[in-house]
Design a protein around this ligand. Sequence first.
Ligand SMILES: [Zn+2]
Length: 147
Amino acid sequence: MVRLETPGRRVKTLYERLTSRRPMTDASPYSNATRSLMPVRPKRHQPQSPATPQHKTADQERGTSSQRGYNYRWQQSRKGFLAKHPLCVHCEQRGRVTAATDVDHIVPHRGDMELFWDRTNWQGLCHPCHSVKTATEDGGWGNRRNR
Ligand SMILES: [Zn+2]
């Protein structure tokens, strides 16, 4: 009779210890030796950001189906443009020869589709140069619509 109480108490103590000391960080559900006493279902690991930032950007761009079509058209157009303008314009201005990987809008289109598709407003840039330019535009002091 008395024996029956002992395991019950032990279970409760362990349970309390487990629940109270469950660490928020570095929690490994498998390291706790609770299996024999209480079946604890390990939390399913659900990665919150399955994609790299690059993928995320592509996903955000994907958006609606109409935007997807627009993206496809853009991909085709930029490919054709880069084939004709294979060098980074900014690097060229500094006497460097670098392959252009990005099509940049010389004047930021800011959603203006006419400006967006205006090829005279396009230039080929390498990725570093494009990043620098984009950062400058979004950096707060870049309201230079005309340059
Ligand atoms: Zn460049």
